[in-house]
Design a protein around this ligand. Structure first.
Ligand SMILES: Cc1cc2nc3c(=O)[nH]c(=O)nc-3n(C[C@H](O)[C@H](O)[C@H](O)COP(=O)(O)OP(=O)(O)OC[C@H]3O[C@@H](n4cnc5c(N)ncnc54)[C@H](O)[C@@H]3O)c2cc1C
Length: 304
């Protein structure tokens, strides 16, 4: 029996396991080939068990949040994809400290905090994804970022160590962390702890509504993965891409949005290779014109 089949048998008692699951169903781009093994877990202990079982079996693992910041290759991902739907929450600290499993929806939690009159996350109401993904990228918008409220995270590593680390050890910077810099390979975020401050629900909801309106006016609807590139310090990426004549550029059903040139969209049946061709074209033209290397925010994952 193959290592994948043996692993499937070990996961089945506590996870929903599928074989050759198309990842286009699980990414906001709507793009991506199959995962050899796709296991849905619904609590942090199952997430931990799946991570450790795969490590023991020598099977490569990819932890999937909401798939809102990745471009999965057309050939998919070999090994195990863990679909993280661990969403429990524990409140303490006089109602200000929230311990959240890493599959919790970041936007839904942020909106709930505004309604409850707890300040710190009104900027996050429009950011898709899970708390786990938000830690990896230090998700942020409109002057705020997760680092502002994150106190600590619970991590498990392939060797079995399970520990809480202070947020200060995560090297959180603009859209980056020790995870994106390759320093935490094999570590999975199981839980996060955030600390809110008392605020006024009416004012927080008004701020959230203003952010919603700003997003609606500036960003395209439909299938995409948010900003493709990080913004260089002196010039937003969309301006650079626009100025090299790529607004609306298409490859098959993949396109650079007419509305916002740092958003690449899937108009229907786009392939990852077509999105990648647009990404490479933007990188090439911006480098040729400005001598500047655009840095990808969206991660290319799987068998490219
Ligand atoms: C319309 C749109 C708007 C967006 N706007 C913003 C914005 O304003 N600001 C912003 O910062 N981002 C934005 N994004 C990008 C995206 O929402 C964030 O980066 C989000 O935090 C990604 O979370 P996710 O759960 O979808 O991660 P995924 O895309 O599923 O995964 C991303 C990476 O994180 C890793 N990962 C996920 N969970 C875990 C875990 N538990 N443990 C270890 N590794 C893990 C994955 O393995 C992968 O490498 C936007 C995206 C879209 C589609």
């Amino acid at each position: 029996m193959s290592a994948i089949e043996l692993l499937a048998g070990q996961l089945e008692p506590f996870a929903t396991v599928k074989r050759d699951e198309p990842l286009s169903r699980h990414t906001t781009f709507g793009v991506g080939g199959p995962a050899d093994l796709f296991a849905t877990v619904r609590d942090a202990e199952a997430l931990k068990r799946a991570t450790l079982a795969a490590a023991d079996a020598g099977v490569q693992t990819f932890v999937l949040g909401s798939g809102s910041n990745i471009l999965v290759a057309d050939c998919g991902i070999r090994g195990l994809v863990i679909d993280n739907r661990a969403r429990a929450e524990i409140v303490s600290g006089g109602g200000l400290t929230y311990r959240l499993e890493s599959g919790t929806s970041f936007a839904a939690f942020a909106r709930k905090m505004c309604r409850a009159g707890l300040a710190g996350l009104s900027w996050a109401v429009g950011i898709p994804g899970t708390l786990g993904g938000a830690v990896v990228y230090n998700a942020g918008a409109y002057g705020g970022c997760l680092a502002d409220v994150l106190r600590r995270v619970r991590l498990v590593e392939a060797g079995g160590r399970d520990e809480w680390l202070d947020a200060a050890s995560l090297g959180l910077v603009y859209r980056g962390s020790v995870f994106t810099r390759g320093q935490f390979v094999g570590k999975t975020v199981l839980e996060t702890e955030v600390e809110m401050t008392p605020g006024d629900a009416k004012a927080l909801l008004a701020t959230a509504a203003a952010h919603d309106a700003r997003r609606l006016g500036a960003q395209p609807r439909g299938r995409n993965a948010g900003s493709i590139f990080k913004n260089p310090p002196d010039n937003p990426a969309w301006k650079l891409i626009d100025s090299v004549g790529l607004r609306g550029e298409r490859r098959g059903d993949a396109a650079i949005s007419e509305m916002h040139c740092n958003f690449f969209v899937n108009y229907g049946q786009a392939k990852a290779s077509e999105v990648a061709a647009l990404v490479e074209e933007a990188e090439r033209r911006v480098f040729e014109r400005f001598g500047l290397r655009l840095e990808r925010e969206v991660a290319f994952v799987g068998a490219w």
